[in-house]
Write a protein that binds this ligand. Structure first.
Ligand code: ADP
Length: 521
């Protein structure tokens, strides 16, 4: 049997309701359920002949009998007058009748939700468990107290758990089974002679907890305690002890009944898991820091390489230009075409190196944040891009005034310039680029700046990818670029403690956003 598996019988003629309750229960994390369903009371009773459900969800009105009728018949069938583990599902108008009834748990059908249903089912399972443990306790006591019950002793002495019966103040011991000798490594006789001698073995660090448990017992409370004991050979064991008060008919507290188990193995397993988790966390931290170092080294490497590549590239560019100027007339058309290709390729390489340098510089320089007026900065960036905007006949509309954000001036200027350049670049041929810029603050303390264009748009599956280095969605001929621009946007914004994102549909323009801390306070 699967541990923690409970059987629930749902008796309800409404199929949809049954399926809903079934779904609620199957989502439970605490128990796994075997769910039986009956659409009538008689079918339910029939099922109860074969299995004994842990919980019954019972509709108040059934086609063949009332809920009360079902309960009466089931009690007769199992020959018991005890309260059954039943939750009655009722509609508003039945409510009064139930409250007047036998005190069963009930739920109003129209308000039942997953959490509520599971809560009531858990409570019922727990209640049934306690009731049955108390029942066993009573039977044990009766049997233990009558000396003639040899069979009881035989049974109890074969249990792995300790069964004990004492006076509420634990000054007297009425019964202890053999498991005490196996677990405590002390004789039962010693405990009968000195009823509190079991406490001598308790670990000094857990002593207070055990004394608190004894104090609770004096007041008739159910106790549930974990503590360690030290065996005569110095070994430590973990014990889990549960104790119930046993009262007589007049309500006087006469005995305490307890079950104690050796849970050392479980505790060791838990400890191992804890240790493993800690080691794993430690490893993750170490790996992260190694990765960080490797990343830093890689960035330093990129920087150096890009830097060092520039000198020979400049030489190539310079000589190619000199060749064109001084010897251009000596070469034929093809020769001149080759020179111009060398010059444009060198220019592309120059752009790439420039972008890579900017990207790696972002991780190397300190980014100090200060309040920056987006209005002023936007003006500067647009002035800087003026030639490009004019060349493309672009229209840029800014929804002023823009707020103040906490940022690093140069980094933010570069981020905005990159977004604007893309907004006017990724446009259908012959169309006028139209860019809309505005800001909003939906999350308190944060400003989101939007750059919306009327361009070619981006498919959802590429939203993440395009923010990575060298990720481009188009050929270089159609839309020139290096694939580093948005990586700079992301890294720059993240270094300023913010976030980036995009919303777009192919053919319907793109809306890029960056989110930074509000700088107005
Ligand atoms: P680059 O612009 O140099 O190609 P980016 O890193 O700036 O590189 O952009 C990466 C890719 O994301 C672009 O190649 C393009 O495919 C896509 N992209 C960026 N901005 C837009 C935009 N506003 N509209 C459509 N696609 C875009």
């Amino acid at each position: 049997m699967i541990r923690n598996q409970k059987t629930v019988l749902i008796v309800d003629d409404n199929d949809e309701d049954r399926q809903t309750y079934r779904r609620y229960l199957l989502q439970d994390r605490q128990y796994t359920y075997r769910i039986l369903q009956a659409e009538s009371a008689n079918l339910g009773l029939e099922l109860c002949k074969q299995v004994q459900p842990d919980v019954i969800l019972l509709n108040f009105v059934l086609p063949d009998m009332s809920a009360r009728g079902f309960i009466k018949q089931l009690q007769a069938q199992i020959n018991s007058n005890n309260r059954l583990p039943v939750v009655i599902l009722t509609s508003q108008q039945d409510e009064k009748m139930i409250v007047d009834g036998e005190g069963y748990d009930y739920l109003l059908k129209e308000t039942i939700d997953a959490v509520g249903l599971r809560f009531v089912v858990h409570q019922l399972i727990e209640q049934t468990r306690l009731e049955s443990e108390l029942d066993i306790a009573k039977q044990f006591i009766q049997a233990a107290l009558s000396e003639s019950e040899k069979r009881f002793r035989l049974f109890a002495d074969n249990l792995e758990s300790i069964i004990w019966i004492s006076s509420p103040d634990s000054s007297q011991n009425f019964y202890i089974n053999k498991a005490y000798e196996t677990i405590w490594h002390r004789s039962c006789g010693s405990l009968y002679n000195h009823p509190r001698s079991w406490i001598d073995a308790v670990h000094p660090d857990d002593y207070e907890r055990v004394l608190a448990k004894l104090e609770q017992q004096k007041h008739g409370q159910i106790t549930n305690t974990e503590f360690r004991i030290i065996l005569p050979d110095g070994q430590e064991r973990w014990i889990w002890d549960r104790a119930f008060p046993i009262k007589d008919e007049t309500g006087t507290l006469n005995y305490y009944f307890g079950i104690a188990e050796d849970i050392t193995e479980q505790k060791l397993a838990q400890e191992q898991i804890r240790h493993l988790t800690e080691t794993l966390e430690q490893q993750v931290m170490e790996r992260t820091s190694q990765l960080q170092t490797a990343n830093n080294e890689l960035e330093a490497f990129t920087y150096t390489i890009s830097h060092d590549l520039r000198a020979p590239l400049r030489a190539m560019q310079g000589f190619a230009e000199a060749l064109a100027e001084d010897y251009g007339q000596l070469l034929d058309e093809v020769g001149n075409e080759y020179i111009s290709r060398i010059i444009s390729s060198a220019q592309r390489l120059e752009n790439l190196i420039q972008d890579l340098l900017s990207y790696s510089r972002l991780s190397r320089t300190d980014v100090y944040l200060q309040p920056i007026s987006l209005d002023n900065l936007m003006f500067e960036v647009i002035t800087q891009l003026d030639a490009d905007l004019k060349a493309k006949n672009a229209q840029v509309i800014i929804s002023a005034p823009l707020p103040v954000v906490l940022a690093h001036r140069n980094t933010l200027a570069q981020v905005i310039a990159n977004l604007l350049t893309n907004a006017i670049k990724f446009i259908r041929v012959g169309e006028q680029p139209q860019v809309l810029i505005w800001a909003e603050s939906k999350t308190p303390g944060w400003i989101r700046l939007w750059v919306r264009d009327n361009g070619i748009g981006i498919k959802g599956e590429h939203y993440k990818r395009i923010f990575r280095v060298f990720e481009r969605l188009h050929g270089i001929e159609r839309y020139p670029g290096t694939g580093v621009g948005l990586a700079i946007v992301r890294k720059g914004v993240e270094r300023m403690g913010g976030r980036v994102g995009v919303e777009s549909l192919p053919g319907q323009g793109s809306s890029f956003w960056i989110e930074l801390k509000d700088g107005s306070k």
